[in-house]
Ligand binder design. Structure first.
Ligand code: GLY
Length: 309
């Protein structure tokens, strides 16, 4: 670990989604968020960039299997995992997103490769081709089907049954925001989308401004919730704008919730400002998150985590 990084100068927050998390899954969601937070924090303490940290943290959440991202993703109407992800660098405003990607293990890393390319968004079959071409981990789509999600999908009637997931209040999309020792912000969001979604449906998560946003002039944000309603509210950017207008991250997150009321949207958001303040807010029954604000040093600092009701 690099000794040149002041541990009080860095900050990171992650989330595992805002919805009606079954109480029996609280502990897994809390642990998954804490592990992802630690992973991202290690990257920052090693002198890595905020962009590296959010990618590492979201990869950990995708690999965990507890969340609606990566190998824990909900299945679409055909019983397939189809992934959306986005990542944004607050220093350069470079972005990368993929949508409706099939047979991809870590959507956030493919999004990172897109950010590093001349492109901004790659979708569908092209996302997998791009993943292969850029050395990302691809697989048989069947390998991405988690037995828990297959059982849920079957219990809901499979593709032909018109699953009614209203009681689930959408999904547990994951995300991360980070501030590195150079003072740069970054954000990333990744999801399997809504359960039983139509083939090719894309929610807010990969859309810059809706599912994520990062700008060193304002804040880094990652959202979760009802994509179809978050998209028109351009929620991630709207909340970052509150920070640019002078509100600290915790206040901006809380104020951001009132924006959801206009469309009766349900969701949650994590917000990180350049001072390293973290805001977390949600209007669903629970939200899974973990946060390490700036200013926290020492060998065993407190980690604030969720889910909270
Ligand atoms: N917020 C994730 C989705 O709507 O797909």
């Amino acid at each position: 670990m690099s000794s040149s990084v002041d541990p009080t100068s860095i900050a990171i927050a992650v989330h595992g989604g805002a919805f009606a998390i079954p109480p029996g899954e609280y502990e897994a969601h809390r642990l998954g968020c804490r592990k992802a937070l630690e992973r991202g924090r290690e990257v920052l303490l090693d002198g890595g960039s905020a962009l590296d940290a959010v990618e590492a943290a979201v990869r950990a959440l995708e690999d965990d299997g507890s969340f609606d991202a990566g190998r824990g993703s909900f299945l679409d109407e055909t019983g397939t995992v189809s992934l959306d992800a986005g990542i944004m660098d607050g220093a350069t405003l470079k972005t990368g997103s993929i949508a409706a990607g099939i047979g991809i293990r870590n959507a956030v890393t493919v999004a990172r490769r897109v950010l590093e390319s001349p492109h901004a968004v790659i979708v569908g079959e092209g996302a997998r081709l791009f993943a292969e071409r850029t050395g990302c981990d691809v697989c048989d789509p069947a390998e991405m089907v988690h037995p828990r999600e297959l059982a849920r999908w079957q219990a809901a009637g499979g593709g032909g049954g018109g699953p009614n997931w209203a009681s689930q209040l959408f999904g547990d999309t994951v995300g991360a925001v980070a501030l590195d020792a150079q003072g740069n912000l970054a954000a990333a969001t990744s999801t399997g989308g809504s359960p039983g979604k139509p083939r090719g449906r894309v929610g807010d998560s990969p859309f810059v401004g809706a599912g994520l946003f990062a700008d060193n002039r304002s804040a880094a944000t990652s959202t979760t919730g009802h994509g179809e309603r978050i998209i028109p509210l351009v929620w991630a950017k709207a909340v970052a704008d509150l920070v640019e207008r002078g509100h600290a991250a915790p206040q901006a997150a809380t104020m951001g919730l009132t924006m959801l009321d206009r469309l009766d949207a349900k969701g949650g958001i994590i917000v990180l400002d350049r001072q390293g303040n973290v805001g977390v807010a949600w209007n669903t029954p629970a939200m899974a998150f973990a946060a390490w604000p700036a200013g926290v040093g020492g060998a065993r600092p407190e980690i604030k985590d969720g889910p909270r009701a």
